[in-house]
Design a protein around this ligand. Structure first.
Ligand code: PLP
Length: 397
């Protein structure tokens, strides 16, 4: 007898994976260049040159045991110091190596935090739709806690506070936020963050235990129009930050990120130790050594995100003029318009006729929407526009 939960997870192909396979089949017939795959959030912008140079230099100058050997479980001190100092310079904080735990990307950061915080199967974690679908897997199957969804506030994709307050209760252990957001691209405003922090403080006091805020920030650097993303940790003392270099340095396959546990977190030392313990239970051992060296050198760098901004501008303007309704994204590399019929699966199925690969919003907890992942060549975006138009015309636009 196998673990039935994980067996079911392994057998079920994700919607995005299904779409990806469909694209592969169609590519054999019509050619890869005629597939308009907007389904996957795999950065198409290359990692900055500084990353390639750092890799070459590290390989040429460091001892192999330092490049390929184990580091301490929480990550090398050099790398943690580099990350802490970079945060301090940017955000005026005073973090040090002891606040950081390096991970194999944000997925691991989230899994580790959720595992560290879950003390009972009654514990609940709240997420706000639209949300990254793996949250449910990490909460229910990874940590063994309860997954609670707050419906989307579709007019702006900020937090629906009325619904949120109804779901808070003494079992609420934590809340996950993701800004800039996958899939909406929306950045939470200062007002949203301040209101959230105030509410969590009041409720923590009322329940007599902290409600942790897990801030999932892999898109923190991917922002447009020169806006500033509020750095959330200083706004609420019990915040754990989950970060990743998958998107900011275009390194998703290298698996490198971190958990930040600020000193302000209640029982900081125990929470940090629980994060280390959770990493141990989950068998992570340590983050990849070579990429710890790379991050130490490239911590302040960022991939060229101008292509994403260009794609966003082209798509947003064209789609809204065709009749699609969409909240303007200020970050990440996704657009999350309403589908032109209520059934988002039926709509995305229809789009396949034009080899337009879009992801239904239902999987993100927001039916009636579609995710368009625009981390693709600008030429692909431009060639896809007449197809979006034909699709809109089918619905009388
Ligand atoms: N959180 C969000 C919101 C994401 O979109 C992703 C990946 O797409 C992750 C976490 C996981 O990122 P990583 O590649 O760092 O594990």
């Amino acid at each position: 007898m196998l673990n039935q939960n994980v067996l079911a997870l392994g057998k079920k192909r994700s919607t995005i994976r299904e779409i990806f396979e469909f694209g592969n089949q169609r590519a054999k017939i019509v050619g890869r260049e005629n597939i308009f795959d907007f389904s996957i959030g795999n950065p198409n912008v290359p990692a900055p040159d500084s990353v390639q140079e750092a890799i070459r230099d590290i390989i040429n100058t460091k001892h192999p045991s330092s490049i390929h050997g184990y580091t301490s479980a929480q990550g090398s001190e050099d790398c943690r110091i580099a990350v802490a100092e970079s945060l301090n310079v940017r955000f005026g904080t005073d973090y040090s190596a002891k606040n950081l735990y390096l991970t194999v990307g944000a997925a691991a950061s989230l899994s580790v935090c959720l595992k560290a915080l879950t003390a009972s199967p009654q514990d609940e974690f709240i997420v706000f739709a639209p949300f990254f679908p793996e949250y449910q897997v990490f909460i229910e199957h990874g940590a063994g806690a309860k997954f609670v969804v707050i419906p989307a506030q579709v007019q702006d994709f900020q937090i629906n506070f009325d619904e949120f307050e109804k779901k808070l209760n003494p079992h609420t252990k934590g809340v996950i936020i993701n800004s800039p957001n996958n899939p909406s691209g929306v950045v939470y405003s200062n007002e949203t963050i301040n209101r959230l922090a105030a509410l969590l403080s009041t409720k923590s006091e009322e329940y007599g235990h902290p409600i942790y805020l897990i801030s999932d920030e892999p898109y923190r650097e991917i922002i447009y129009d020169g806006i500033k993303v509020p750095f959330i940790a200083p706004s609420y003392k019990n915040t754990l930050v989950c970060y990743s270099y998958s998107k900011s340095l275009s390194l998703p396959g290298e698996r490198i990120g971190y958990v930040l546990v600020p000193n302000t977190v209640d029982n900081f030392e125990d929470v940090y130790a629980a994060v280390c313990g959770a990493g141990r239970v989950l068998g992570y051992v340590c983050a990849p050594s070579l990429f710890q060296h790379v991050i130490t050198r490239c911590v302040a760098d960022i991939a060229d995100i101008s292509i994403y901004e260009k794609n966003r501008n082209i798509l947003f303007e064209a789609l809204t003029s065709m009749g699609y309704h969409c909240v303007k994204p200020e970050g990440a590399f996704y657009l999350f318009p309403k589908t032109l019929e209520e059934n988002d699966y039926a709509f995305c199925e229809r789009a396949k006729k034009y080899d337009l690969l879009l992801v239904p919003g239902t999987g993100f907890g927001a039916p009636g929407h579609m995710r368009i992942s625009y981390c693709v060549q600008t030429e692909t975006v431009q060639r896809a526009l007449p197809l979006f138009e034909k699709l809109a015309k089918e619905y009388g636009f």
